[in-house]
Design a protein around this ligand. Structure first.
Ligand SMILES: CC(C)(COP(=O)(O)OP(=O)(O)OC[C@H]1O[C@@H](n2cnc3c(N)ncnc32)[C@H](O)[C@@H]1OP(=O)(O)O)[C@@H](O)C(=O)NCCC(=O)NCCS
Length: 89
């Protein structure tokens, strides 16, 4: 969980990551819910996550947990796969 930066960005960012061999047992959801609780305690204006467009599992996980796409962008010149920012709605 990256906390909101009160200077110029009041958005908390939450990203769950589980080693491939331990996925699909509910660990990602447990991690995500803990991080979400930590983020909410900081009272951010928004809670966001970020997923690479080539990661359908991550994208589905975020959407199933209530995140909605807000932006797609290439980070560097020459990149071909966009990052997707999603916001908890
Ligand atoms: C996204 C990620 C964190 C999910 O982790 P996970 O531990 O597999 O998450 P969960 O087990 O809670 O849920 C994943 C799926 O497993 C299913 N599942 C959970 N427990 C299960 C069980 N006991 N038996 C069978 N399936 C189960 C869930 O219903 C969900 O299914 P669906 O996506 O097909 O609907 C993991 O894929 C990951 O680390 N990806 C790379 C990083 C990333 O993309 N993060 C997302 C940004 S938030």
């Amino acid at each position: 969980m990256r906390p909101p930066n009160t200077d110029n960005d009041a958005t908390a960012t939450v990203i769950a990551r589980v080693l491939p061999q331990h996925r699909r047992r509910g660990l990602g959801t447990q991690l995500y819910e803990r991080a979400l609780g930590q983020a909410r305690a900081l009272d951010p204006q928004a809670i966001e996550t970020v997923v690479l467009a080539s990661n359908p599992d991550g994208l589905r996980f975020a959407e199933q947990h209530g995140f909605v796409e807000i932006e797609r962008y290439l980070l560097r010149k020459g990149d071909t796969v966009p990052w997707i920012d999603l916001r908890l709605s």
